[in-house]
Design a protein around this ligand. Structure first.
Ligand SMILES: Nc1ncnc2c1ncn2[C@@H]1O[C@H](COP(=O)(O)OP(=O)(O)O)[C@@H](O)[C@H]1O
Ligand SMILES: CC(C)(COP(=O)(O)O)[C@@H](O)C(=O)NCCC(=O)O
Length: 332
């Protein structure tokens, strides 16, 4: 008997699971998914992401039942609703986290009649909110002050306390939870802009470091005091987590391709932090992007992000064309 914590499934094995609980999408719903403006193709949606949304619905139902049982034990029957189900999406810069997160948001928001799961506690139209952790990056001026501009995306470049507090507040059922907003255009936190989450049924939290374990505070500097205190990490609030995985050479290529595309589009805006790369040759611009990959994003992947892969509930392993080739599902 295998004691490996993960069950490995080929794409074919995984997509065959869908047939047992078919999810019929109407033409309009398919059209809405296309309307996400993403590159993702519909075979991929059907074979990989529809079964995933069905598995997530099973987890949502089971989490609800467990909470109801706990409340009954505590003599609080009838108060089991209202706790959002929280999903974390982790992986490297440019591996496709935001594409997966937006797609899941769309699939999980579909009317319940499509979910194939009976009796789950969701309303007919579940409200699914998405937050990205870039809003919790320290502002550029603060990164500069701390000498962290070349560590952007590393765990220490975030206000981890604020992120954890944000998710804890949503999970606790606060009616309104407000967080900061990051702009890729200005490469900084946007002053005077916030995002507010209003008691969603499901919250998706997407970012490079969402599977980082909790920090130990105080203990390292004061071992004589008998060790420190462990803070909660954002991952402590997850009911389910996904790690989007691919070969490093493929991710680097996707990063450079995205940079090339942005150079022809968003960077054209004179307000863009990267506007300067539209006025030099493509070769020069790509040399800059390659350097950013090699000195920031790849070391962050190796040192901080990839080591958290084994904490995810499900790992999606992508091939060179973004198609999911195999999956590892946590079973122990
Ligand atoms: N399933 C997919 N099929 C094709 N291209 C994809 C897919 N997912 C992501 N991409 C492309 O890969 C790049 C990185 O994806 P993105 O979601 O922006 O990554 P991240 O949020 O991890 O930085 C983008 O150019 C995106 O269009
Ligand atoms: C904003 C990011 C840190 C990603 O943040 P996330 O939402 O994953 O927390 C990253 O996309 C980024 O800008 N990294 C800095 C290096 C670069 O320009 O690629």
């Amino acid at each position: 008997m295998s004691t490996k914590p993960y069950l490995d499934l080929s794409r074919a094995e995984w997509s065959a699971l869908r047939e047992r609980t078919p999810l019929p999408l109407t033409a309009e719903e398919v059209e809405n998914l296309r309307g996400l403006g993403d590159v993702i193709d519909l075979d991929e949606v059907r074979d990989v992401y529809v079964p995933l949304s069905q598995l997530l619905n099973l987890h949502v139902g089971a989490a609800h039942d467990l909470r109801a049982a706990l409340n009954a034990f505590l003599g609080k029957a009838g108060r089991s609703g209202g706790t959002p189900f929280v999903i974390g999406v982790a992986g490297s810069v440019a591996v496709g986290k935001s594409t997966v997160a937006r797609l899941l948001q769309a699939l999980l928001s579909l009317p319940r009649r499509l979910s194939g799961v009976g009796g789950a506690p969701m309303p007919e139209h579940p409200r699914v909110e998405l937050v990205t952790t870039d809003g919790f990056l320290l502002p550029k001026a603060e990164l500069e002050r701390r000498g962290l501009m070349s560590r952007k995306g590393f765990p220490e470049s975030y206000d981890r306390r604020a992120l954890t507090r944000f998710v804890a507040d949503v999970k606790a059922g606060k009616p309104e939870v407000t967080g900061p907003v990051y702009s890729h255009l200005i490469y900084d936190i946007v002053p005077d802009e916030t995002l507010t989450v209003h008691r969603p049924d499901i919250l998706i939290v997407e970012g490079l470091n969402v599977l980082q374990p909790a920090l130990l505070t105080g203990g390292a500097s004061r071992p004589e005091a008998g060790g420190g205190r462990t803070r909660m990490a954002v991952s402590d609030y997850f009911d389910f987590s996904l790690y989007v995985d691919a070969r490093t050479a493929d991710i680097e290529r996707w990063y450079l391709d995205r940079f090339r595309k942005l150079r022809a589009t968003a960077f054209q805006d004179p307000l863009s932090y990267f506007h300067k790369y539209t006025t030099v040759s493509e070769e020069e611009a790509l040399a800059y992007a390659r350097n950013t990959w090699r000195t920031i994003n790849e070391p962050n992947l190796r040192q901080n992000i990839a080591p958290t892969r084994g904490r995810a509930t499900l790992q999606l392993h992508k091939g060179p064309d973004h198609k999911v080739e195999r999956l590892s599902l946590r079973k122990l």
